[in-house]
Every structure is written in structure tokens, then in C-alpha cells.
Design a protein around this ligand. Sequence first.
Ligand code: UGA
Length: 442
Amino acid sequence: MIVSVIGVGYLGAVHAAAMAELGHDVIGLDVDSGRVAAMQAGRAPFHEPGFEEILRRGLAAGRLRFTTDYAEIAHADVHFLGLGTPQRADGFGADLRYLEAAVASLAAVLPARGGAPTLVVGKSTVPAGTARRLRAQLTAVPGADLMWNPEFLREGFAVQDTLAPDRLVYGVAAPDTPAADAQVALLDAVYAQLIAAEVPRLVMGFETAELVKVSANAFLATKISFINAIAELCEATGGDVTDVARAIGMDDRIGGKFLRAGIGFGGGCLPKDIRAFIASAEDLGVGEALGFLREVDAVNQRRRVRVVEIARELLGDLAGRRITVLGAAFKPDSDDVRDSPALEVVSRLMSAGAHVTVTDPEALDNAAKRVPGLVGEPHTEQALAGAELVLLLTEWREYRGLDPVRVRNLVAAPRMIDGRNVLDPGVWRDAGWEIRSLGRGA
Ligand code: UGA
């Protein structure tokens, strides 16, 4: 089967390489010629474990290539849409321009197939109603139709999540019709190996499929903000949020995952997706239904401010103080700094006049582009030298495993704020550190 993937950002690039891994002939398309050239040369434009390996394998096998030219993908049987839907500059809603432009460009070249069946499959996270509107852009193209197949991959686990997902969700214009059945069969053929491995596959209407994706992300964000709200209570009472999370998580109905309290969620998905979900509910006249998501967002923002308050509690005035921040990425095993809680804390510390040194194994280049004047130091020990306060803000394995005795000899004063609750406070205190965590006592 010949497959195209339009938009080879994070989602699209991984999807393209994964489809080649499944044995398809894949052409990835992007308007960014630099990105296309890098991937054609086998270079991953972002850090993602295992991605470069499958990218190179696909290229070497001749099953994967990249282009900027829509004419080169016109002959594909299936076109996946992997374009970004960022937060709109003028508000909370999702910016769908890239998707709309891609479908328009595709519609212009598809008549070259002479009416042969062609399936366009949306993967981006979109407000309910988008798939139906995009499908309307294709009505004039004989043989073409659209499905919605949201993607649930996590950064850091993207390859594994694409090739062995928890479930496949297929959205169709009209379930249980012959047209839908034919489309489902075609997409099943694309994912034949996953279906054979008994990955559950759910077929539903467009709007439901769109809602599944945003609901999943909103639920995850809510879980994180719930435990971070409890962290505020723990700080006010002397309780320990990590024990609360462990204990409530042992109830199967609650589940222990995504209950890690700390400086909160960031990245290119959860923050913008809950805001787009709120905007979409308001557009639909049911804004009250998602009013609680504003609170989820507010709790999340407050944690970033709280870390800086704790820094002030430890140091007093921050002006001129030497602070080292461990971690810039929005989460470990990623070089993504979009809406990174760590970087927002860095910016706030810098605005307060602190001399901040940031270290991160992968994300320093991206961080420097985001935060003007950022001082980055790739080597952890050099970054720690002379610090009056250390903040652990992204829980890379190498920071979780730091030896408090060794590090104490590098810093000017042994003070630590564990923004991710990954260090054992007792061990650090025994090694002579003053350590503060989020949601663990006053
Ligand atoms: C998220 C979802 O988890 C994926 O299922 C989804 O496909 C993806 O968005 C998307 O829509 O594309 P991702 O953004 O890669 O994936 O990151 P997560 O693992 O969800 O983490 C998001 C943020 O929450 C990170 O900043 C992380 O540090 C934070 N987090 C996570 C916590 O603060 N506590 C937790 O317990 C878990």
C-alpha cells in the first residue's frame, strides 16, 4: 500500500516512519524544506528514543522518503494528516489553518488518480466538527473520502505508542453504512499488524472520535491538577502529597498513574488542548460543562508560581543570587520545551534578577531559542558549581540519581527544591541539604 503523511512534525514524522516499519511505501510531506531535507538524510529533527532508528531503517529499505511537493503524493492510496493545531494567537481556540490548507492542496492534486478510491485520514487533535468540515472540502474529488483516527502517542514513548497503541479509534462520517465499512476495511489493511496483534479497534462517528481524543487529554490534565490541588492542601496542613497519591492510587477505580504532583503539566498538547476544549464548548453553547477545566489550568499555573515563592522563602530577595536549574524540557526523554513548566520558572527567576544557569541533556538549544538571555551549561556538574540554590524541574534519570554527598561539594550552599518529587528528602537531609518539595509539608 502507498501511504502519505502530510505534516511531518512530531506526530507526522513518527507516524511516517512507523508506517514504513509496518511495510508500507511511505512519502512524508511538509512545507518546511529544511525538515524534509534533514529527515531525507536520516537525521531526526527532535529527540525521541528509537525514532531515528526506524527513520533510517525505512530510508535504507527504500520504503520511506520525504518531499515538499503535493504532486509527488497524489498517487497514494491513503493520506494521513499529521498537521499541528496550535493555540490561536487571538485566543484559546485551536488554529486549524494548517489542516485546512493541507486538505485544499491535496484536493487539488487528487483528481490525478482518476476517481480511484482514496482515503484521507486525520490524526491531529481537533475540536468536534472539524472532520465533517474538512470532508466537505473533498466532496468535489471523485473517489476521495475522509476518516478521523486520533493519535494518543506520548513524547518519549512515541514509537512504541504508535506501533503498539492501547486502542485504535476510527471516526467515520456515518457509522454502519457500506461506505464506512469499506473505509474501515481499508484502514484495517494499513494497520493489519496491529489488528492481528489484537489492538482493540473502536469505530464511531466523527464527532465522537474527535471528543475521545480531547476528553482523554482533558482527563489526564485533570488528574494532574487534582493531585497538585491536594499538594496545596498538604502544604497548608503539613501533609505529604506523595503518600496521598500512593494511597488513593491503590484504589483500582482511581489508579496510580498521572498522580505525580509537582510543577505541573506542559508540552505541546495538554495545556493547549484543554484551552481549545473550553473554547469549543463555549462555541457550542455548553461552556459551563467544561468550566472546571479553567480551574485545572489555574491550578497548573499556580504551581509554577509556587516554586518561585519557595525559592524566595529559602533565599529572600532573588536579585543577584546564583541558582541552578536541572531540566528545561517539559518532561524527560524529550527536547521539547513548548509550554515547559521548567522554562517558565526559569523566566520568573531571571525576571526577579537571579543569575540562573540551566542544564538539560537534550533541550538546551530549544530552551535558548525560547528564553532570551538564558545561560545554558550542558554538563551537570559544571552547572551546579557555585549554586546557592538548585531546582530540579525536569526529572531526567541522571538528576533523579544524583548523589547528594558528591553534589554538596560542588554547590556554594546545599539548598534544593525538588519540583518533581523524585528525590528522597530524608536521604538529602542526612547529606546536609535543606530540601523543599512541592506538596510535602509546610
Ligand atoms: C500527552 C498525552 O499523554 C498523550 O496520550 C497524547 O497523545 C499527547 O499528549 C498528545 O495529545 O499528543 P505528552 O504531551 O507527550 O502526551 O506528555 P505527557 O506524558 O502526557 O505529560 C504531559 C505533562 O504532564 C508533562 O509536563 C509531565 O511532566 C506532566 N505530568 C505527567 C505530571 O506533572 N504529573 C504526572 O503524573 C504525569
